[in-house]
Design a protein around this ligand. Structure first.
Ligand SMILES: Nc1nc2c(c(=O)[nH]1)N=C([C@H](O)[C@H](O)COP(=O)(O)OP(=O)(O)OP(=O)(O)O)CN2
Length: 118
């Protein structure tokens, strides 16, 4: 069974590896939407794969670390592409969330990057 829960944060970033002529080399902001997908058996007692309320608690530290910040200043996010943000979030959730199967980062409504642990 798959379940998914989303959370959001606002942040600024610039992409240091693109040419100066690329508009994303300049500091700009996004309203990020993150979707975390889990894949696992339904607990017959609770009817849950994982309680959505417990997922919210797992996200709180990540939102605290990223919301209303310049992502380039966050350790491990010196090159804050959507791809690297997805890996960064995965690395922080996976140790305590064994059913995690994907982290999808929407940088805009039209663009996302998804990491599935590889
Ligand atoms: N593979 C990736 N490509 C790009 C990334 C990324 O993280 N991974 N990031 C960027 C820019 O940071 C960002 O997406 C640019 O945002 P923006 O210019 O706001 O995007 P839009 O195309 O939606 O802007 P419009 O003004 O609506 O055209 C670039 N590439």
């Amino acid at each position: 069974m798959k379940i998914s829960q989303a959370f959001k944060f606002e942040a600024a970033h610039r992409l240091p590896k693109v040419p100066e002529t690329h508009r994303c080399s300049r500091l700009h902001g996004h309203s990020y939407r993150i979707e975390v997908q889990l894949d696992g058996p339904v607990d017959p007692r609770t009817g849950f794969v994982v309680d959505f309320f417990d997922l919210e608690k797992c996200f709180a530290d990540i939102v605290g670390a990223l919301d209303h910040r310049c992502l380039n200043d966050v350790e491990g996010l010196e090159n804050p592409t959507a791809e690297n943000i997805a890996i960064w979030i995965w690395d922080r959730l996976a140790p305590s969330l064994r059913q995690i199967s994907a982290v999808r980062v929407y940088e805009t409504a039209d663009c996302w990057a998804e990491y599935q642990g590889r």
